[in-house]
Structures are given as C-alpha cells and as structure tokens.
Design a protein around this ligand. Structure first.
Ligand code: ATP
Ligand code: LTN
Length: 334
C-alpha cells in the first residue's frame, strides 16, 4: 500500500460470532472491491468486542479465524492494512482524549447502547457506553474519507463527525471529517426461515442463517428447508419473499442478475431450484473454507500478515496521535 493521494477507507468488524452469507454479500464483498480503488485500513475490533463478556481463548481464536476468513475472501494484505485493533495502542490513547470532548448524555442516547444495555442488563459497563468514542478514535486516527458500514453503524459515524468537528474547532484543523458509506450495492439477504427478517449471525434458529463455515451438506440441507410459498413458479416478486431471497442469493454467488436467474429456473420446480441454490452456494464457499483452513494451519504466515498490517497502521496512527497530543498541550520533551 504505497502512500498516494488516494482516498482513505477505514472499517472494522468485531470478532464475535460466525459470519453469514449475508455478511459476505453486504460487507466483506464490498471491502474486497474497495481495496482496488482506495487506501484501505481494515481492523478486527477486539477492543470493541470486550464491551460484552468474552471467553479469552475464544476471543483469540475468533480473531485469527476472522483474519483468515478475510484473506480467504479476497482481502489482499499487499493492498490494504489488515490488523488487530488492540495491536495498535493509539486507538485506546486517542479514545481517552476524545472522551473529554464527548458528553455522557450523547452516549446515553445511542441506539446501540440502549439495545445492548437491555440485552446485557447485568453488564452495563463504561466500555459499552464509550463504544462510539473508541470507534471515533479508530476512524479519525487514519484520517479516513469513507467508512463503509451497515445502517446500524451510521449513528456512530455521525457522532464521529461531531467529535472531529468539535476537536477541530477547539484546537485547530486536525482531523479529516469522514463520511459514512452506507452500502446498498450488496444485496440484502433475508432469513431462510422467515424471509421478512434479515439473515443475522445471532439468529437463534440455526436453519435461518447459512454460515460461511457451514459444510456442504449443511448448506444444502438448510436451503432445502428454506421457507417458500405454495405456488410453484420461480419468480421474484414482493408477494414471494422466500423465492425472491433465494434468487438474490443465487445471483450473488453465481455472479448473475436476478432476471438471469429467473430465466434459468423458469419451469423448474421448487425442490430442484432449492438444490441448485444450495449447490451453488456450497461450491462458492468451498474454496474460501479451504483457504481459511490453510491459513489457520500456517500461523506464522497469518501472524506475519497481521503484524505487518499493524506496523502500517501504527505508522499512520502515530502521526495523527502526535499531532493531537501536541495540540492539546501535552509535554512532548524539548
Ligand atoms: P448480529 O446478528 O450480531 O447483529 P449481523 O449478522 O446482523 O450481526 P453485523 O455484524 O451487524 O451483522 O453486520 C456486519 C456487516 O454485515 C454490516 O455491514 C451489515 O450491513 C452486513 N450485513 C449483516 N447482515 C446482512 C444481510 N443479511 N444482508 C446483507 N448485509 C448484511
Ligand atoms: N462497531 C462496528 C465495528 C467497528 C467499526 C469501527 C466500523 C469498530 N470500529 C470503525 C467502522 C469503523 C460493528 O460492530 N459493525
């Protein structure tokens, strides 16, 4: 990733839970596409993950698994900095400074904080409340222009903009004010059991979501059980959400349009159609899973990718952090 005047993209994902084909279609695929056009920093947000309780050995395992999965999905460590958030101490350091420009009331109003406080009522810790400030630190450290996120994270990017403007107004121009990039291009994949709801990695019904780690038989079985309708015509329309979802999934994994998929399956029965979708997804996942497995077996190689990613990230982050420390009046030696 040679330094250039290309725009900077920053994003991160928490190593909590297995990714679904929905995450793939809506997020990872976009990260891969963006690395060609922008200077990208992609982090595994382990500091964010511990705002809810984590089993330490699981957290470590998931961090590596997620890193391997990203590389297997096409994140090219030559083109972007892929690293683990806690490996770059500047994130926690900048978050502390930004805390002093953020109001308790603002954090209490954040939707995710309210949701997670309800879900984890026995553990409403300061980190959970401070989550958006750490996220602001992530983004601002790299002077990011764009932050690709799902709609649920838009509010956090907006507060990041407010905090950046506040700092710039108080101490002089320091941070680039980032823009959220709400990704619509990636298809929205719905639950296989209730096509009115989004497919989600935390769904309690294991048949509702297809995980990138599911083996071939599991993938095919889940598609066979997918909820459809009582007609028998493979066609996308608002009154056929189940079939429409399967057509969308097929088009994402086959690399064709929904219209082309409809044509291909015109006159085909639901059973055969579901099998074809299952086979296609399983075929597409097989090489990703094989590559992830290969990477996880070679911890030295994966470790090398993450440490050189952290080094690149550290260089960029240190520049911003020094500027910040200087502006706020910290003694830096004579
Ligand atoms: P959780 O169940 O923990 O809420 P999730 O599966 O809904 O997780 P997130 O971690 O909230 O996923 O989202 C990660 C990224 O994946 C976001 O950019 C989000 O927009 C995208 N994404 C999640 N689910 C889908 C989906 N079903 N279709 C398309 N994109 C999705
Ligand atoms: N909160 C995000 C993950 C995340 C992030 C970020 C996203 C942490 N830091 C900085 C974009 C930019 C999530 O849970 N999806």
């Amino acid at each position: 990733m040679e330094s250039s005047n290309r725009k900077i993209v920053y994003s991160a994902a928490q190593p909590s839970g297995n990714l679904t084909i929905g995450n793939y279609a809506g997020a990872v695929g976009n990260w891969v596409r963006m690395q060609k056009e922008y200077d990208c920093f992609y982090a595994i947000a382990d500091l964010h993950a511990i705002t809810v309780r984590q089993e330490p050995s699981e957290l470590r395992r998931r961090t590596l698994e997620l890193a391997a999965l990203y590389v297997a999905c096409g994140i090219d460590p030559e083109h972007c900095a892929l690293y683990v958030q806690s490996n770059v101490s500047a994130h926690a350091e900048l978050a502390w400074v930004l805390n002093t420009l953020t109001y308790v009331g603002e954090m209490e109003r954040m939707t995710q904080f309210k949701d997670k406080s309800q879900k984890h009522a026995d553990n409403i810790n300061m980190g959970l409340m401070d989550y958006p400030v750490l996220m602001a630190a992530d983004i601002l450290l790299y002077q990011a222009d764009y932050v690709p996120v799902g709609v649920d994270q838009k509010q956090h990017v907006e507060i990041t903009r407010d905090i950046a403007n506040r700092f710039n107004n108080r101490y002089g121009e320091t941070f680039r004010v980032p823009e959220p990039l709400i990704l619509k291009s990636g298809a929205k994949i719905m639950s296989l059991q209730d096509p009115a709801r989004k497919m989600s990695k935390s769904d309690e019904n294991p048949n509702a979501s297809v995980y990138l780690s599911d083996d071939r038989d599991t993938v095919i079985r889940k598609f066979k059980r997918a909820v459809t309708d009582s007609e028998s015509c493979v066609r996308a329309s608002a009154d056929k959400p189940g079939i429409t979802n399967l057509l969308t999934i097929y088009s994402v994994f086959k690399g064709c349009s929904v219209a082309e998929a409809e044509k291909e399956f015109s006159g085909v029965g639901y059973g055969d159609f579901k099998s074809a979708v299952g086979e296609t997804v399983a075929d597409a996942l097989a090489p990703v899973q094989a590559e992830q497995k290969r990477l996880l077996a070679d911890k030295g190689y994966l470790g090398g990718i993450l440490s050189s990613g952290a080094e690149r990230a550290f260089k960029a982050a240190r520049k911003t952090l020094s500027k910040v420390y200087c502006k706020v009046g910290f003694y830096r030696g004579e």
